[in-house]
Design a protein around this ligand. Structure first.
Ligand code: 26V
Length: 819
């Protein structure tokens, strides 16, 4: 890279300006006169990409020269957010670039807004993977992240008549300047057919898999740049037909059949599935998982052999992390590659496999634990089914004869669930095939050992550990909240961006009136900006002096958006009764997508918008209350919302939210949290202190206990007047005059079943909210708490999470710690 001409990758204003004009001409074929804003965006993206490549190539060279151990992160989802601004930040050239653009009469901010983000994930899990990639690149953990290049990412959400409508995402429609296709890096992937077990003349036993279809996975690389740091790479696989023409079909004259094959092959990476919908029968989803896993493992083996090594040492050179069970088929695939393709004996292969993999669990919800039906599995992956049976057989033997397990234990722990048509428990496959299993918050990791993987934790206590999630401070404060970032840096220097614990230096300032005023003024500016955005998107005016109460995340019953709504209705009814003398004006801001097939979640969206319609137009209440649903939540939108929040809603039923990461993002931007003792809230409250956190609700143990007893949600209805009023209002028809029974399913579920204990937690929520109002009344006090929240967020940097993974699981040193 030293030979690359410096001007082409220079970081001065003039070099950037020259490169930009060159790229506009040579890449886009335009001169400034006549160029569109999209042309400008693309030209700038190429300009920045050239500079990113330089860092990236340097890192890759170092990994290869020094023969370093590398993390291979396997995830079916990534949500990187827009790349341009992040890369400018990482390169440290935001100012020069803005100045260069200004000299050309271009507003850089406007270009940044042109970028269509890759929506290659559903929510927290995909965003976490991207935060981790950012941190690995920043700290200098040698890494490569593998995934799927979905042509259509998460659907676009439109709201029509208050209902969610889904539209296909077209993130690739104007091309993607951040990726490079590596046509030479591709692997053949097989599906279906049957297996043949043969013994050759030397008595060697081998298995041949005779598939009935094959396709090719091609690598698309996006370089990822860490903050003033190192490079990493996001390698996404796209499915293609092996040959453009199937010549045999062509020769027979069946040209169209050949083209049809090509289309079918490409279907594999067409679309991202929603993660919160049942998938047991979805053949394409299983194919997606196997497709990207096989490409990734074949790629690792190629890289390993390329360095002149033998496969016996694969686990010494790669730590492969499974992001949930979506890539868990990797356990069987690596065994297949080692045993069938490279003729390594089973025991040695199993040893390598277990030492390669680590498995991260991201949910305890029983309905979310992946299972694949055996008939489907046999149809798609016949050889893998045999391998899984063999792994299972050996595991069961071990349990029986070495550990003396009972039949009951055996059937609980087996990889195969024999009920019905039979299914494969992917979490068990991942657990058995890995040397470490981790949860994503302290509470979640404990519950994992106590419930979902209880028997395994008893058997292998040392296999289990915790790595609490974290977020990238680069993306979620430096990029999204430049004003607050400026104030913090001006006060404590800039070290905090790579060592978030340094934020604790802000504690001294928490009671300083001048500092408080600056802090408040920034929040106010951010709220005014969000308010403008809300007006633009929804037509609704929100007064920025209101308290901004923010509830943004996927819509799911366990996250309890409807608990929030019940409180809003309570406030509404109080105002209507004239009990509103000291009421604090509040704007409730919701955003989030519902899985397209999830009836209740979609009804909850309708409920939020119906309550909004009622309140926002009613002049008797709308100076005190506003209810906003911002459509099409994304990383880009989130970056706009977090900096403007005063209060963060983290109100899931205890025991259900594995970690949550929005909780961290909001707190890092100075919002105070109202929340339950769930997921990472527990550790956040530990850090932030009870006085600076609004806690309410049953804890996980109490929830368990109540469920085992005979919980009667109706009792709360009878005994709590406010709850009764609100519930009665819910089915009064006032919210949906055209269809008075619209919300009856929610009403009935809460009253007669209430699986997420909303009725039980309602009163406690209201009591906690009363404290919120009291604290808000003293703005200096509120601001002090806001500053303390930020000052105590150090633990929740994804840099810390990655350091934990590195030392506990991967045993990989960062570049920084190397001579
Ligand atoms: C899947 C399913 C499938 C069946 C229906 C219900 C349901 C609900 C959720 C899911 C997603 C499971 C995996 C997941 O996305 N977990 C999230 O991971 C985040 C990163 O660790 C964490 O912060 C969230 O708490 C956790 O929900």
């Amino acid at each position: 890279s030293k030979t690359i001409k410096s001007k082409r990758i220079g970081l001065s204003k003039n070099d950037i300006k020259d490169s930009f004009l060159e790229n506009l001409f040579f890449h886009i074929g335009r001169v400034p006169k006549g160029a569109t804003i999209m042309d400008y965006y693309q030209a700038l993206a190429y300009t920045v990409r050239d500079r990113v490549f330089k860092e990236f190539v340097t890192t890759v060279k170092r990994i290869s020269d020094e023969d370093l151990r590398v993390v291979a992160y396997l995830s079916a989802e990534y949500l990187p957010g827009p790349h341009l601004a992040n890369n400018l930040l990482s390169l440290g050239i935001t100012e020069q670039t803005a100045a260069a653009m200004a000299e050309l009469g271009i507003d850089m901010e406007e270009l940044i807004l042109q970028e269509e983000e890759p929506g290659l994930g559903n929510g927290g899990l995909g965003r976490l993977a991207s935060c981790y990639l950012d941190s690995m690149a920043t700290i200098g953990i040698p890494s490569i992240a593998y995934g799927i290049r979905y042509e259509f990412g998460i659907f676009e959400q439109h709201i029509k008549n208050g209902l969610q409508e889904e539209y296909t995402d077209k993130w690739l429609q104007y091309g993607n300047p951040w990726e490079v296709v590596r046509s030479e890096i591709g692997y053949n992937i097989m599906f279906g057919g049957s297996t043949k077990h043969v013994t050759d003349s030397n008595g060697n036993f081998t298995v041949n898999w005779i598939p009935d279809s094959k396709l090719r996975g091609t690598a698309y690389d996006t370089p990822i740049l860490g903050y003033k740091g190192y490079g990493s790479i996001l390698r996404l696989w796209r499915a293609e037909a092996i040959d453009t023409f199937d010549f045999s079909a062509y020769n027979k004259g069946d040209y169209y059949k050949a083209v049809q094959e090509k289309i079918l092959s490409e279907n594999i990476t067409k679309v991202l599935y929603p993660n919160d919908e049942q998938e047991t029968g979805k053949e394409l989803r299983l194919k997606q998982q196997y497709f990207f896993v096989s490409c990734s493992l074949q790629d690792l083996i190629r890289l390993h052999l390329l360095q002149g090594r033998i496969l016996d040492t694969l686990h010494e050179k790669f730590a492969i992390q499974l992001n949930d069970t979506h890539p868990a088929i990797a356990v069987a695939e690596l065994m297949r590659l080692l045993v069938d393709d490279y003729q390594i004996d089973w025991d040695k292969s199993w040893n390598i496999t277990q030492r390669c993999f680590g498995y991260t669990n991201h949910t305890l919800l029983p309905e979310a634990l992946e299972k694949w039906s055996i008939p489907l599995f046999r149809r798609v992956l016949p050889r893998h089914l045999e391998i899984i049976y063999e792994i299972n057989h050996r595991f069961v033997q071990e349990l029986k004869y070495q550990h003396g397990c009972s039949d009951e234990q055996l059937s609980r722990m087996a990889l195969i669930d024999h009920s019905g048509e039979g299914s494969i428990r992917m979490a068990h496959l991942a657990t058995v095939g890995s040397h470490k299993v981790n949860g994503v918050s302290a509470l979640h990791s404990e519950l994992l050992k106590k419930h979902v993987l209880y028997d395994f934790a008893q058997l292998w206590p040392d296999k289990f550990c915790n790595v609490t999630n974290g977020i990238s401070p680069r993306r979620f404060i430096a990029l999204s909240n430049p004003l607050l970032t400026g104030l913090i840096t001006e006060t404590i220097g800039s070290g905090w961006l790579t060592d978030l614990k340094e934020l604790s230096k802000l504690e001294n300032m928490a009671e300083d009136p001048t500092f408080q005023n600056k802090w408040m003024a920034i929040k106010q500016t951010n709220k005014a900006s969000l308010s403008d955005h809300i007006k633009l998107e929804t037509g609704i005016s929100v007064d920025p002096s209101m308290m901004f109460d923010v509830h943004v995340k996927r819509i799911h019953e366990y996250k309890r958006q409807h608990l929030n709504v019940l409180n809003i209705l309570h406030l509404y009814l109080q105002i209507k009764k004239g009990n509103n003398k000291d009421m604090i004006p509040m704007a409730f801001i919701f955003a989030g997508k519902a899985a397209p097939g999830y009836f209740m979640a979609k009804l909850i969206i309708k409920l939020i918008t119906a309550v909004g319609d009622l309140i926002n137009q009613d002049t008797e209440v709308n100076d005190k209350l506003k209810v906003i649903f911002l459509p099409d939540f994304s990383v880009k939108k989130a970056q706009h919302i977090y900096p403007a929040a005063d209060l963060s809603e983290q109100i899931s039923m205890a025991g259900k939210e594995a970690s949550g990461t929005g909780n961290m993002k909001l707190s890092l931007n100075g919002a105070l949290t109202i929340g339950t003792l769930d997921g990472a809230n527990v550790e956040m409250m530990e850090e932030i202190g009870m006085d600076n956190f609004f806690l309410f609700g049953l804890n996980a143990e109490e929830v368990q206990h109540k469920k085992q007893g005979n919980y009667k949600p109706g009792d709360h209805y009878v005994h709590n007047l406010h709850l009764r009023e609100v519930m009665d209002f819910l089915i009064s028809g006032a919210l949906s005059p055209e269809n008075p029974k619209l919300f009856q399913p929610i009403y009935e579920q809460l009253l007669y079943d209430d699986p997420y204990m909303i009725m039980a937690d309602f009163e406690s929520y209201l009591i906690s909210r009363a404290k919120v109002y009291e604290e808000w009344g003293n703005q200096s006090n509120w601001t002090k708490k806001s500053i303390i929240n930020v000052a105590r967020m150090g633990k929740f940097s994804s840099d810390r999470s990655i350091q934990d993974y590195s030392s506990l699981i991967w045993k990989i040193d960062s570049f920084q710690n190397r001579p």
